[in-house]
Ligand binder design. Structure first.
Ligand code: HH2
Length: 278
């Protein structure tokens, strides 16, 4: 299972890919703007690389529930200098976490290889951009928009609806010229989902892996862990590792996490146990 990204390939059959989160935002829910200033963002990126990240996922717009949208110019101003700085020092694959084609274009010109789009190519020029540049794409499911998505998420069959949506967006992506091998799908934990929806999607991840597309999950420090345990965002690493390990057991090939070193270790152990079990 090869993931073709702009200028490179990741062998997802050989190794679970760990995407390390670098939020260049003043209002991200779990790291609260700590990495907004450039030197701090660069240090954080360097640290995640040293900890074993396979990809850096760099985002300039918080998509936490209730977050306000930022302008395209502001988003570019946040992510491009960091992407350029990382690229000067390292060949690590970089994904840009954005819903806007103009931001993705600027990020790719600065050296990004992947578009991580929580809106699954909703901005009309995005698909063409990915096709023309050969960028890898992450297609994520979200019900509603970040401003309103957690108000009253509702599904008649969350598993079927999310699977059908992602299958349809992957078909759309391919019809726009994006290679099948460039597409990764993601159920979008916490994006217009209540606790039960999140647990169903994670517990039945096999349904998504059956589509044949590599599956990414992003449970890191999210509210469902707090809802289950009472832990605040900064104290959700154990719950995150449980979600990562079980997701790997159920077939996830990529995980998006804040705590890279801890996730790498959890994945090494989970993978070894899974392989021993056949
Ligand atoms: N979750 C967040 C942002 N981007 N992308 C993908 N593919 N999957 C996810 O689950 C996902 C994502 C939200 O987490 P975070 O970036 O830590 O917070 P914020 O949105 O506040 O930046």
């Amino acid at each position: 299972m090869i993931w073709k990204i702009r200028g490179a390939e990741l062998d997802l059959a050989a190794k679970i890919a760990v995407l390390g989160i670098v939020n260049v935002t003043p209002d991200s829910f779990s790291d609260g703007g700590k990495f907004f200033a450039m030197p701090a963002a660069r240090e954080h990126a360097d640290r995640l690389i040293a900890e074993g990240a396979d990809v850096l996922d760099i985002g300039g717009e918080s998509t936490r529930p209730g977050a306000q949208a930022v302008s395209v110019e502001e988003e570019i101003r946040r992510v491009v200098p960091l992407i350029e700085a990382v690229r000067r020092q390292s060949a690590i694959p970089i994904s840009v976490d954005t819903r806007r084609a103009a931001v993705a274009r600027a990020a790719i010109e600065a050296g990004a290889n992947i578009i991580n789009d929580v809106s699954a190519l909703s901005d009309p020029p995005m698909a063409e951009l990915a096709a023309a540049t050969g960028a890898g794409v992450v297609l994520m499911h979200m019900q509603g928009t970040p401003e309103t998505m957690q108000q009253a998420p509702r599904y008649s069959d969350v598993l079927a609806e999310v699977t059908d949506f992602l299958t349809a967006r992957a078909a759309f992506a391919q019809s726009a010229g994006i290679a099948r091998e460039s597409i990764v799908i993601d159920p979008g934990i916490g994006f217009g989902k209540n606790l039960e929806h999140n647990l169903t999607l994670l517990g039945r991840l096999d349904r998504l892996t059956e589509t044949g597309f590599p599956v990414l999950v992003g449970p890191s420090r999210k509210a469902f862990i707090g809802a289950l345990t009472g832990a605040g965002a900064a104290a959700r690493l154990p719950g995150t590792l449980a979600a990562v390990s079980l997701s790997v057991a159920l077939g996830a090939r990529l995980v998006r996490v804040h705590d890279v070193a801890a996730a790498v270790q959890a994945i090494q152990v989970a993978t070894a146990i899974k392989q021993a079990g056949g």
